[in-house]
Write a protein that binds this ligand. Structure first.
Ligand code: HDD
Length: 756
């Protein structure tokens, strides 16, 4: 008989047999004889190298060591082959009829190499195209175990994660420090399947209903006629849309505040934005909002700094994340939840929890920590991991459910849909970075880029040929069961609830919660953004929106634009500030902060060495800046310049230290070399690039320190030695002690306050 028929008969026979439990494998068969229930799509390591690529990597065909670092090598074989494994004699010359003759169409290697290259790019994400990512681990405290049955939130469970940070608007190659919302998407590879928390660094969203997502994105993306500006919100179409569509006001205010220009991905909060529903083991439900709280505090750039960085180092955030992880300064965030009773009206203290333009102030519902995220491994291939990772708000695990937030509903559709275009078909969950770490036993088959070689003949249910396998699970065997929420009896409408109509009281709370310097930055940012618009009507309408947040904000921006300030059109909301919204006022760890040490070979080289060591000791990163590259001096262990006056720019440093010369008479900087020329230390003070570095660092509120006559450079740059945050002391380590303290509050805020 045909083998399939034979098997079918055997299984049908066995089904009629003793009917033993599905957990033992195929009913009626002893467990030892049962075929494995795991499907070929269960998690596994990436494919091993092809057999003839697995030759000794660091040895040439003649047995000579190549000196290459195996961990960083792109190839693991000794011989170059084509994609079919055939060894190649040459990859630098096309096959030609004679050295000066025409190239021949029969050159398969040329065709294959160029064909593959032609298809190396995939469509970039339609939003959040620019990003950087890292692997890590999430360890739960167990504090959420009473409100959710999610296994990864039980006590002391370790779950591998992959986190991708992004900007929203720019293309893949755009700069990192533009003014924008940042994505904060986390993939938890839990034992019960993948859970994705696809959030942002801003807790509210521009729109209340997903149907408007194409509109807001069309408005903020480069204008369609000339495709400019890239990665900017400072243009007419964006302000046109958000001024006509006032539910965007709260998000826009966050975007315009310092939150829109984070100092580092490591120093951003993250938010799940929507209200989710947690389900406990006993079926009890709780509404929650998710928060990520960075251990390093929430810090931002200042606008001029952000703009400079976009030119000086467009990869600033990407580099910062990768460098920190590579040197072992693993970034950490606590996951926290705000909890609310799951009442039928789904409001808390009058705040509609289904409206994603609302926050619930932390003073009303404290954020309760439930676990710690640590990012500890950089991706080894940007394309395979960071580019191909596919997040989806619908990737949920038992114990975490959704609510009826209309923005969330549209997202549940969009994320799956977009991957088909971006990743070329429906099999993207098989890509290594997307594979669940729980066994997968689906009946999804075939399709573009199918990498599993499925066995068997019965990928359908019910079946008898596979003995009825696989079986469906129940609540007691880990099934994801949607919460049986009552759907209110209603009439189909295209409408928002009345409670979604208040667009100004939450923005007003944010404004009132800001410190004077943060308000100053907000006023500056609105004035900049609207100043970049051409249409008078757009500017006037945007001012009308600001009048409804706060008249002072409106009049200051209007003044900057040279326009009259309009009157509010709604009564100003009577709201309490939420101190938790301000980024200022605390002190935070200084781990990983970058200290520029401006030095010269004939300066206080011993002092530079000592201060470098002290910086490292304090968990910060010292970068020595000198007139030229190379070691400072000739002695053993002389510090090496990592930056020169030509390559250094102030924006790279959180603080700047100026090393002078060892004391020689009264004025060390007056010293001359053997030929009577001014000393290098003297030239440092006179170099316009050092003066620029110092004046920028000063303007951007950074701590500056000097010792042993280093303050001569301060003089030359017009930086007052007695200004707040400028420290002059006897030795490098003494200066560093003060500077470190100043860094704890991130910037020297007194330098900004001009009375606003
Ligand atoms: Fe979205 C990507 C966050 C609303 C449609 N979104 C994307 C990413 C993040 C967010 C972080 C990048 C994920 C990654 O790194 O791969 N999006 C949000 C947040 C929202 C939100 C916090 C509101 C609370 N998004 C939203 C709506 C829609 C989309 C309303 C569509 C109706 N988002 C997408 C998308 C993207 C995406 C087109 C592009 C690439 C991708 O999904 O995988 O489907």
């Amino acid at each position: 008989a045909h083998p399939v028929k034979r098997a079918a008969k055997k299984i049908t026979d066995s089904l009629l047999g003793d009917g033993s439990s599905p957990a033992d494998g195929i009913p009626g068969r002893p467990a030892s004889e049962s075929p494995s229930l795991a499907e070929p799509t269960e998690p596994r390591d990436p494919l091993p190298p092809k057999p003839d690529q697995s030759g000794p990597a660091t040895v040439s065909p003649t047995g000579q060591p190549t000196g290459a670092d195996q961990a960083r090598m792109a190839q693991s074989g000794s011989y170059l082959t084509n994609a079919q494994g055939t060894r190649l004699p040459d990859t630098d010359h096309s096959l030609k009829a004679g050295p000066r003759g025409p190239v021949l169409l029969q050159d398969h290697h040329l065709r294959e190499k160029v064909m593959h290259f032609d298809h190396e790019r995939i469509p970039e994400r339609v939003v959040h195209a620019r990003g950087a990512a890292a692997h890590g681990v999430f360890r739960s405290y167990g504090t959420a175990a009473s409100v959710t049955q999610a296994a990864f939130l039980a006590e002391d469970v370790e779950t591998p994660v992959f986190v991708r940070f992004s900007t929203v608007v720019g293309s893949r190659g755009s700069a990192d420090t533009v003014r924008d919302t940042r994505g904060f998407a986390t993939k938890f590879y839990t034992s019960e399947g993948v859970f994705d928390l696809v959030g942002n660094n801003i807790p509210v969203f521009f729109i209340q209903d997903a149907i408007k997502f194409p509109d807001i994105i069309h408005a903020v993306k480069p204008q369609p006629d000339r495709e400019i500006p890239q990665a900017q919100s400072a243009h007419d179409t964006f302000w046109d849309f958000v001024s006509l569509h006032t539910e965007a006001t709260h998000h826009t205010l966050w975007h315009i505040s310092d939150r829109g220009i984070p100092r580092s991905y490591r120093m951003m909060e993250g938010f799940g934005v929507h209200t989710f529903r947690l389900v406990a083991a006993d079926g009890g439900t709780t509404l929650v909002k998710f928060h990520w709280k960075p251990k390093l505090g929430v810090h931002s750039l200042v606008w001029e700094e952000a703009q400079l960085i976009n030119g000086v180092d467009p990869d600033f955030h990407r580099r910062d994340l990768a460098d920190a992880i590579e040197c072992g300064a693993y970034p950490e965030w606590e996951l926290g939840i705000q909890t609310f009773p799951d009442t039928p009206d789904q409001t808390f203290e009058g705040i509609d929890l289904l409206d994603p333009t609302n926050i619930v102030p932390e003073e009303l519902a404290p954020v309760q920590p439930v676990g710690l995220l640590t990012l500890n491994r950089n991706p080894s291939n940007f394309f395979a991991e960071t580019e191909q990772v596919a997040f989806h708000v619908g990737h949920l695990v038992p114990g975490i459910d959704i609510t009826d937030d209309p923005l969330l509903a549209g997202r549940l559709f969009s994320y799956l849909d977009t991957q088909i275009t971006r990743l070329g078909g429906p099999n993207f969950p098989q890509l290594p970075v997307n594979r669940p770490h729980a066994p997968v036993n689906d009946m999804l088959r075939d399709g573009m880029h199918q990498t599993a070689v499925h066995r068997g003949v019965a990928p359908y249910r019910p079946n008898s040929l596979d003995g009825g396998c696989p079986f469906t699970a129940g609540a007691d065997t880990g099934a994801y069961i949607e919460t049986p929420v009552r759907v209110p009896e209603a009439t189909k409408v295209r409408e928002a609830p009345e409670s979604f109509a208040d667009h100004f009281s939450q923005p007003r709370r944010f404004w009132l919660s800001m410190s004077p310097v943060e308000r100053e930055h907000i006023i500056g940012a609105y004035t900049f953004e609207l100043g970049k618009c051409y249409e008078q009507a757009v500017k006037e309408r945007a001012l009308a929106v600001l009048a409804n947040i706060d008249p002072e904000l409106c009049s200051q921006v209007a003044e900057g634009l040279g326009l009259p300030a309009p009157e509010p059109t709604v009564p100003l909301a009577d709201v309490e500030p939420s101190p938790a919204l301000s980024q200022l006022g605390g002190t935070w760890p200084v781990d990983g902060r970058v200290i520029g040490i401006v030095a010269s070979p004939d300066g206080d080289v011993d002092g530079v060495r000592a201060v470098r060591e002290a910086v490292l000791e304090a968990g910060m990163v010292p970068l020595v800046v000198a007139p030229t590259g190379g070691p400072l001096g000739t002695g053993n262990g002389a510090p090496v310049a990592q930056r020169t006056y030509a390559t250094a720019r102030s924006v790279e440093f959180d603080a700047v230290l100026l090393a002078g010369a060892p004391a020689v008479g009264d004025d060390a900087y007056g010293a001359r070399d053997a030929k009577g020329a001014p000393s290098a230390a003297r030239r440092t003070a006179a170099d316009p690039r050092v003066a620029l570095l110092l004046s920028e660092a000063f303007r951007h509120g950074k701590a500056i320190g000097a010792w042993a006559g280093g303050e001569a450079a301060l003089d030359a740059a017009g930086v007052p030695a007695d200004a707040p945050g400028v420290v002059v002391a006897d030795s490098g380590p003494a200066v560093l002690g003060h500077v470190r303290e100043l860094l704890g509050s991130h910037r020297v805020w007194e330098r900004f306050t001009t009375g606003t």
